[in-house]
Design a protein around this ligand. Structure first.
Ligand code: 5AD
Ligand code: SF4
Length: 480
């Protein structure tokens, strides 16, 4: 079992555009340690990828490497990549060209591609691009030290084997970029859903769940180190299912959620991402039963139109999704729901696009991640349907979706004015050292003036006085 290095501290930003390409770093002057070899790692894509980078960091630390934020002093430069849209891959290619220039000034340094692009492009990255020394897929990180050694001896290193078992259950991630308050715990890997637009089943392989005991142990250890919020992560957390090899007993996602929530009432539990077809009443009732399970569900709709949903192979239609949303608000009335939305999917008409707009209103999403469709080679959609919506139409529809979601988010946030929420303090606000920021149960960021005696990791009650479409502002009050 690898252990965390307690001297590594940093800042965690939201899972938003500003995190893309973030590099982990050392805050202390550990760079002075003689004879150490340094690695630099940049991460792109989803939260799973950022989480994987912490597993990679742990494996490298065990092999004697130390992280650095300065790529110029790194012996090993790694880029953990995303293939979800074409733009994500373009960004990575640009970075690789930059790393290649840097290598000219630092002979002996190695460059490695990790993650989904490594898995999708495999040998091509070594042969055609010739920009990299190592290519390692998401299930092959344990092989990294051996591949590095080979590369140092002049071999090109590649391992893109996908596994049916690998969950890195025994590896304690090196939390390099943490605020010390909230952390992500990967509970499963891969995806069996086969949404027709999505490259993930090809880059991350079959779905497999990690041992419930190792998840609970990781959460307990984080709590003991002072963390107060864990987010259980997976491509499709609601289909988590783990069979105890000794007793044969099955643990469902609802049971796992309960096990983590029972660790301590002051440990908040979140999860992401939920597929609407898999989130059960049992999960919703478990959320309602425990105050420390946050009232927030990321429930990607992708499209609000039944014909498009069928082409997307989402396995639910508009009415079914609407029933699910009604059920959530019925069982957890103050739950916030967010979404992922794709505009301009193959053959989408203007009327069908209107259905997506009306769904945003109906579901009253607190926020959404919104994209225009980007055809990915090898996916079901790329093989079966024409990518026939012109780029200007895709982008115009996206703008309409963004405009409406911004209005709905604004309204959602305005409705919080005058309410008092329990907030877990994460750190200073981005704009001012005289303010704290933290989230309420609904995952909304609230900024408020600092009050003596409070520090990150503490809970406090905040009354909301102002709201934009993105943030709430308030002040600390006594609990009413
Ligand atoms: N084009 C555009 N968006 C996509 N997503 C996944 N694949 C594509 C694609 N080919 C979006 C989906 C998913 C989120 C992570 O990315 O909305 O939920
Ligand atoms: Fe990108 Fe999907 Fe891979 Fe995450 S799993 S890095 S979103 S392609």
């Amino acid at each position: 079992m690898y252990d965390n290095n307690p001297t590594l501290v940093g800042i965690r930003k939201e899972i938003d555009e500003s995190r893309q390409g973030e590099a982990f770093y050392l805050e202390r002057a550990d760079n002075s340690i003689e004879g150490s070899r340094f690695f630099y790692i940049e991460s792109y894509g989803c939260q799973m990828n950022f989480s994987d980078s912490e597993i990679v960091a742990s494996i490298l630390a065990e092999a004697g490497y130390r992280p650095t934020r300065a790529m110029e002093e790194a012996d090993l430069i790694l880029i953990n990549t995303c293939s979800i849209r074409e733009k994500a891959e373009e960004t990575v290619r640009k970075r690789l060209r930059l790393f290649d220039k840097l290598k000219a000034q630092r002979p002996g340094a190695l460059v490695g591609v990790l993650g989904c692009m490594a898995e999708r492009l495999k040998k091509k990255l070594l042969e055609e691009e010739k920009l990299v020394d190592l290519v390692i897929g998401p299930d092959a990180y344990r092989d990294l030290p051996a591949l590095i050694q080979g590369a140092e001896e002049g071999e090109k290193g590649i391992n893109v084997l996908l596994s049916r078992e690998e969950t890195y259950a025994d590896i304690s991630p090196l939390r390099l970029d943490s605020n010390g308050v909230s952390a992500f715990i990967s509970i499963m890997r891969g995806c069996d859903n086969m949404c027709s637009f999505c490259v993930v089943p090809f880059t991350r392989g079959r779905e497999r769940s990690r041992s419930a005991f190792s998840i609970v142990a990781e959460a307990r250890s984080l709590f003991e180190k002072g963390y107060r919020e864990v987010t259980l992560l997976g491509q499709n957390v609601d289909s988590y299912k783990w069979e105890n090899p000794e007793s044969g007993q099955l643990t469902t996602f609802a049971e796992l959620l309960e096990m983590v929530a029972q660790l301590d009432p002051t440990l908040r539990v979140r999860f992401s991402t939920s597929h609407p077809k898999d989130i059960t009443d049992e999960v919703l009732y478990t959320m309602a039963r425990y105050d420390n399970i946050c009232n927030y569900i990321h429930l990607p709709v992708q499209s609000g139109n039944s014909r498009i949903l069928e082409l997307m192979n989402r396995t639910y239609d508009r009415e079914w999704y609407m029933d699910k949303v009604r059920r959530i608000y019925e069982i957890i009335p103050d739950c916030a729901i967010s979404s992922d939305i794709i505009t301009g999917f193959c053959t989408e008409t203007e009327e069908e696009h209107q259905d997506t707009l009306s769904m945003i209103e109906f579901a009253n999403y607190s926020m959404s991640y919104m994209f225009f469709y980007s055809e990915r080679p090898g996916t079901l959609a790329a093989r079966k349907y024409p990518d026939d919506i012109p780029m200007n139409v895709k982008k115009r529809r996206l703008q309409e979706v963004i405009r409406l979601q911004t209005q709905v988010s604004f309204r959602h946030n305005q409705a919080d004015i005058g309410k008092t929420f329990q907030v877990l303090i994460e750190g200073d606000s981005r704009k001012s050292e005289s303010e704290f920021r933290g989230r309420n149960s609904q995952n909304k960021m609230i900024v408020f003036p600092k009050v003596k005696g409070l520090k990150p990791g503490d809970y406090t009650w905040v009354r909301v006085n102002e709201a934009t479409s993105a943030t709430l502002k308030g002040e600390v009050v006594e609990k009413t």
